[in-house]
Design a protein around this ligand. Sequence first.
Ligand SMILES: [Zn+2]
Length: 321
Amino acid sequence: MDLDVELALRAEIFTALDRLVAKRGGSLTRKELFNFELQGERLPLVDGQRGIRNPASFSSTLSIMTTPNGQYVDEVVGESLHSYAYTVGPINKGDNVKLRHAVTTRLPMIFLQWINVDEIRYVPIYPVYAIYDDPENRQIILALDEKLLDVGDPLHLSPVEKRYAQRVTDQRLHQPKFRSQVLIAYKKRCAVCRLGRPELLEAAHIIPDNAAHGVAEIPNGLSLCRIHHSAFDSNLVGFSPDLEVHVGPALMAAENEGPILKFALKGMHKAKLSVPEEDHYRPSVDGLAERFDEFLSGKRPARLRNLDVARTEPVLWGGGK
Ligand SMILES: [Zn+2]
């Protein structure tokens, strides 16, 4: 297949995958990836057994997956870029040929991030690129962003490149993983209004992720629809440690703003949050207490204050070639 044709085909795959991933709340089972269809034709995005997918007609690798303890490990190189290990066996045979060739074709690939919440699923991250072949260490180096295709030395990023790579890793790898895990734990429903449309659900951090203890783990998360997430982040709505919804005075005093205000916000005052039954998925009581104190104090949320700081930060990245 001509490389331009293959690039266009990969773009079509990503568009179809966008829809499927949105509908499923960010993660897919191996079976769903295996039964993937493009315009009515089956085009498996994973191999039956292996952690790498090299379709016969493709010039280079289409997808790679991680497993927690298996052979398909990804590791962080220089605190910012990810590496992906060659498959076992000779470096110039089998799956390694197309994996290594991906560095030359620079065609976008799918990186399948393993999660396990009740069952094993994968969070597809795409497009990602193979930017460096490292046969000595039997690995390729991955970039999670097109701009990182042009870094000078992938093994030794400059401080600016490293900061950028870390931000991309957080946005493209850690946040989608956190959201997928939280949504599954909450059975893909809003904890406040029980809306069950994954396309409209987000994972809220109880303790914001820019705080040292704002970890991206299920007990620090809440599955919320966009309205309730924004209301929570702005401290217009608070959640008490005993899982009660408290609508703040600003919203309670408001009138004549239509059904969202009346039913979705004021109407939820004193409602009980719907949270997972499993103890290890339930929201942290300490985290809720800390956030609830902030809500009761009427202070501007720390999260918004930090966003202001981020907005004034100069753009450090000069862009590609
Ligand atoms: Zn909601």
